[in-house]
Write a protein that binds this ligand. Structure first.
Ligand code: ATP
Ligand code: MG
Length: 330
């Protein structure tokens, strides 16, 4: 039997090139060898307010883009998180064995609450969903009892908490779930914002110029690359001190399927203008090819998500039942 991998993308916004390079691309390469469970995390999108129409659109786009990027529904199980009620049900059970201290230490929670503004009377409104996000993420994983979870480096801390919770679950309730191991792509696990290369590219970033969206007008995407923040040196080489250049090199290497060192070599005697031109053209061509397929895959969502729902609920419900029995709920 093939080993299982679970992964998801939150439906908070439009998919970015960071999501593709750091997450989706990896899955395409893994779909032959592993049994992949891939979902659109629509429940996770509720942790901060999202317009319902927007959420509906994001969900569909992400699903269709997964397919357009090359995931084969014959090989992988592709579904919407909220189609399977076991996610919400196990979430409560897992939340109940998670400690406040564990959740308070999560850097994503700290980062995401930093921008929440105090109202005039001094109160801050922090949605509890944002705080308990890692518990739901753990439930999402445990339901499929995978060997691996494919994540970007930004989710590593959440996965470590999930491992801890699995250990607790197994020990306290005499269960035997796998402690899921992270699967992080070697190249491009953290694509940076084009406007501030010290931050990661994020689909919830408010500045449209920071991210390349997979559904961006390709010409506009080209222009965003030309405007990317770099540094004043005009020499191209790999260095952590040159995050803007490193980011463009990483995008180039990933889309060309070459190593970072090969990309560095390619641009050895060239300047920043050349780099931006080549990366811009590459990104533009890439988006054109994805978007052509996306138009077709949009029409396949209903059929494929129904099959995905059936396959995923079967295994999710089995695991949920075992946990409910172990907790005395059954
Ligand atoms: P949000 O701002 O809503 O958190 P996001 O862009 O960070 O959106 P997620 O839904 O949190 O996207 O993550 C989806 C997947 O994409 C995860 O595996 C995550 O690690 C990966 N990922 C997200 N951003 C990047 C990035 N900039 N570079 C590489 N991988 C990324
Ligand atoms: Mg994120």
């Amino acid at each position: 039997m093939k080993q299982k991998i679970v992964t998801g993308i939150t439906a908070t916004g439009k998919l970015t090139l960071g999501n593709y390079i750091g997450a989706i691309k990896n899955l395409i390469n893994l779909q032959d060898q592993y049994d992949l469970f891939i979902f659109v995390a629509d429940l996770h999108a509720l942790t901060t307010y999202i317009d319902p129409e927007q959420l509906r659109k994001n969900k569909k786009d992400i699903f269709a883009l997964y397919l357009a990027c090359g995931l084969d529904p014959e090989k992988v199980t592709l579904f919407f998180q909220s189609d399977i009620s076991a996610h919400s049900e196990l979430n409560w059970i897992i939340t109940s064995i998670t400690n406040m201290g564990e959740l308070s230490r999560m850097t994503q929670f700290k980062d995401k609450t930093q921008n929440i503004v105090k109202q005039e009377n001094g109160t801050e409104t922090i949605p509890v969903g944002l705080f308990v996000y890692p518990s739901l993420m753990s439930a999402d994983i445990i339901l499929y009892n995978p060997t691996y979870v494919s994540v970007g480096i930004d989710q590593k801390q959440h996965l470590e908490l999930c491992q801890k919770l699995v250990k607790r679950l197994n020990k306290k309730y005499n269960l035997n779930f796998n402690e899921p191991k992270p699967l992080i792509s070697k190249i491009g696990s953290k694509i940076k914002s084009l406007q501030d290369p010290f931050l990661k590219m994020s689909k919830s970033d408010k500045n449209e110029n920071s991210s390349i969206y997979l559904l961006d007008d390709p010409e506009k995407a080209y222009k965003k690359i030309q405007k990317a923040v770099t540094d004043g040196e005009n020499k191209i080489y790999i260095s952590e001190d040159k995050p803007g250049i490193l980011n463009l090199l990483t995008i180039f290497a990933s889309l060309k399927d070459i190593t970072l060192e090969e990309a560095e070599q390619h641009f050895k005697n060239k300047n920043y203008k050349d780099l931006k031109e080549e990366v811009g053209i590459l990104v533009k061509n890439f988006l054109e090819s994805i978007q052509k397929k996306y138009k077709k895959t949009l029409e396949q969502i209903e059929t494929i998500s129904k099959i995905g729902k059936e396959r995923a609920s079967k295994i999710a419900n089995e695991n949920l039942l075992n946990i409910k029995k172990a907790f005395g709920l059954k």
